[in-house]
Design a protein around this ligand. Structure first.
Ligand SMILES: [Zn+2]
Length: 354
């Protein structure tokens, strides 16, 4: 009989076996194919209902969420020590999961859902922009091979940054602390790669007409990022004791950009020059966005003032993620603007001869 549930004795619980026998019996009695299909869909529906949980979304109301079998959400008190980072996020934690269920949890509502999807969509954004730039924008601007290489490098860096972050937020709830820590290290490394992408493109186009300083700054930036990598593989890097050092390294790497910027302004004749007035505001906007994002990140505002109310939506880490995507997008727009400018304007003599 097609569609009828077979072998009720395979069912693990007694109630389940009884239920399957009853359904099978009904199917046989009816001797009708359509009823058999109905039976199957009814069983499927019952299964789904069994897996439905109601979770608290902030303090508003209870939302029904279908949670795959084997995944449940925990409160802050219930999660392992290595996941305890933000006491103001009181509920909605995934924990103790094997890799397969970590991946499956992509599709449930937890306190990491917005973190995961914001950067997954960010990855798709930079991937699409990359394809569009390579196939439409650069060819139409008669870009050189060098332009293609630099644009590919920085867009690749942005995509790596997004994917490392997605990886960490998907697998941080892994049952093995070691695996979770490895993904966290990769998340930090991804941020450095994203910053490297900004520096490579910024330095390359800012010093487009000055090969000497372009090489000096590219080498310095590469050396700095490599040093950060070596710091990151140190076993103490992710420890609580090194938290201040981590902040210092991160701020130094991001703040270093002021040096080539000031130098570039000086080389181009000071703040009165039109080329400076055209580009420096873009860098200032970038730094302002980075400062706001970083303030949210370290201060744990706004959930600090509404503990337990922003578990799923509106927490500081989600704002940080959104600001990171906005910053990288802003940088992409700025770089494409500079590419067009450089391809249309020849290098001025007084800079070329420096
Ligand atoms: Zn993150």
């Amino acid at each position: 009989m097609q569609g009828c549930p077979a072998r009720p004795e395979r069912c693990r619980t007694r109630a389940g076996r009884e239920l399957l026998r009853l359904v099978k019996c009904l199917c046989h009695v009816s001797n009708s194919f359509s009823l058999a299909v109905d039976c199957s869909s009814w069983i499927m529906h019952q299964k789904l209902l069994k897996n439905a949980h109601y979770i608290e979304l902030g303090s508003y109301q209870y939302w029904p969420v279908l949670v795959p079998r084997g995944i449940r959400l925990y409160t802050y008190e219930q999660i392992p020590l290595f996941l305890k980072d933000n006491p103001y996020i009181t509920d909605g934690y995934r924990a103790y999961l094997p890799s397969r269920l970590c991946l499956k949890s992509l599709f449930i509502l937890s306190n990491e859902t917005v973190n995961i999807w914001s950067h997954l969509l960010g990855f798709l954004l930079f991937f699409s922009l990359g394809i569009y730039d390579m196939t439409a924008v650069l060819p139409s601007a008669s870009a050189s091979r060098e332009d293609f290489v630099i644009c590919s490098i920085y867009l690749f860096c942005f995509q790596v940054c997004m994917l490392c972050s997605v990886g960490y937020h998907v697998f941080c709830c892994h049952r093995s602390e070691k695996t979770s820590r490895r993904w966290m290290a990769l998340d930090y490394a991804g941020i450095s790669v994203g910053i490297l992408g900004c520096y490579v493109s910024g330095v390359f186009y800012a010093f487009y007409c000055n090969n000497y300083w372009r090489q000096i700054y590219l080498i310095t930036v590469l050396a700095m990022i490599l040093t950060v990598f070596f710091a990151q593989i140190h076993p103490n890097y992710l420890s609580q004791q090194w938290q201040r050092l981590r902040l210092f390294i991160f701020c130094s790497v991001a703040g270093y950009g002021v040096v080539p910027t000031v130098h570039w302004v000086w080389l181009n004749g000071g703040v009165g020059e039109s080329v400076v007035q055209d580009f420096v505001p873009r860098i200032i906007v970038m730094y302002l966005m980075a400062a706001v994002a970083f303030l949210f990140y370290i201060s744990k505002v706004p959930e600090r003032y509404f503990p337990g109310h922003l578990n799923y939506l509106g927490s500081s880490h989600q704002l940080w993620h959104i600001f990171v995507v906005l910053m990288l997008y802003w940088w992409h727009q700025s770089v494409m603007y500079v590419v067009q400018y450089r391809l249309n304007q020849p290098c001025p003599d007084h800079v070329e001869n420096l």
